[in-house]
Design a protein around this ligand. Sequence first.
Ligand SMILES: Cc1cc2nc3c(=O)[nH]c(=O)nc-3n(C[C@H](O)[C@H](O)[C@H](O)COP(=O)(O)OP(=O)(O)OC[C@H]3O[C@@H](n4cnc5c(N)ncnc54)[C@H](O)[C@@H]3O)c2cc1C
Length: 472
Amino acid sequence: VSGGRSFQARSVDVAVIGAGTAGLAAFRAASAATSRVLLIEGGAHGTTCARVGCMPSKLLIAAADAAHDARHAAGFGVRACVEIDGPAVMRRVRRERDRFVGVVVARVDGISADQKLSGRARFLGPGVLDVEGTIVHARAVVVATGSSPRVPSMFSGLRDRMVVSDDVFDWTDLPDSMAIFGAGIIGIELGQALHRLGVRVRIFGRGGEIRPLTDPVVRACAARTLAAEMPVDLDAKLRGLRLIDERVVVEWEATPGELRSESFSYALVAAGRRPNVGGLDPERGGIVLGAGGVVLSDRTTTRVGTTNVFFAGDASGDVALLHEANDEGTIAGENAARFPDVRPGARRSPLAIVFTDPQLAVAGAGFLQAAASRPDVIVGEVSFEDQGRSRMMGKNRGVARLYADRSSGRFLGAEMAGPRAEHIGHLLAWAHQQQLTIDQMIAMPFYHPVVEEGIRTALQDASAKLPIHVHR
Ligand SMILES: Cc1cc2nc3c(=O)[nH]c(=O)nc-3n(C[C@H](O)[C@H](O)[C@H](O)COP(=O)(O)OP(=O)(O)OC[C@H]3O[C@@H](n4cnc5c(N)ncnc54)[C@H](O)[C@@H]3O)c2cc1C
């Protein structure tokens, strides 16, 4: 008993903070080596992915795609009447979301009670945690606390008319209008989905960016295509943001000197996410924070400096994607269990996909990375406008750009906006991980007629630009 508070103490080999995707992967990996593993969760079980992330966002997009396809069926000579039933749309999103959450919760239920602890953890010292009164001593700690939406202070005056993506999936109906701030993955995915479901939206971006694209040609094509469908200003000059009569009134400079304003039911702030590290008192755990409060952990071992702490998933501030969280969790769990014998884990080729229409994908090195590391990078390109299969489906919009190393002919990576990018992105990432050359990729089978034939065209374009000796 200290200062009137009673403390319990636990001693374990590995403490995992956070039972999200990364934390569960870490728990599983550490448990393969030791049973003295403790999984600490301060919120509801079920993971960000299943509860408010990948799964419910793609459920909403699936509804939006159904509406869009029905609306455009007339172009094929098929007439359909489209009526959006907002409560029914959100019912399905919530019902299926709950199913996905239930699967994760059942998995957590299967973990023995003495290996789980509820409460928010914070460091008291290296390897020592306070979990709301329980003191945990651990030989090694995995921090897998995820991330939270970043909400700049300019939005605080909007009170409950300001929402973040977490809120969207609990709606019981669709709003009539929504101003969306941020043109990152979450902003444009949700923005286009809501637009297709009949919500009046306007997306306000910054700096002309569409994350994760870095190729100016692909980005311009994506920007044009999205803007042709709905109001998107990727470099918005915001001049005012107020709450008037419970409505969000946005004022912006449409062209120099021309002020415009529009009123919306809500503002969705999709201005990025920040790692959940603040409340952990990381410095007490011996962790030195880098610029902007980001933890500097090693990408291959997930270890922070020479400490006994490993960061995994969104908390690491690295790439905030599910499959990366899973891999990092596994590496962190293995290393924490065998600490201090820390080994590098295998990382896969980068792959990011955005479920807009056209879909976006970056596989391997994106343009910036490919071109920055090799100034004489070769670019093979294809437009999907005249691509056979894409035209058949009425999805002939977009472009793919493939990057190759001039001296070896090796495929470096690609960016694309176009049909079936979720699948083509995988083929390209797999080719990248196998370190294939452009010619080896061309030698792979291509069926007819498929969208992948477009990728062959881009490969042939790159091949034709390679010096003769590379083809030998
Ligand atoms: C709208 C949206 C759509 C997305 N779509 C995709 C997609 O299509 N594809 C994709 O790959 N990725 C997508 N992502 C990203 C993906 O969901 C995340 O990268 C992934 O879920 C991160 O997992 P995690 O384990 O790091 O964090 P989480 O799953 O958030 O787990 C962190 C856990 O730590 C707990 N915690 C936090 N602090 C403490 C503490 N001090 N003590 C105890 N517990 C604590 C939290 O309660 C939480 O349960 C999306 C994200 C969002 C928000």
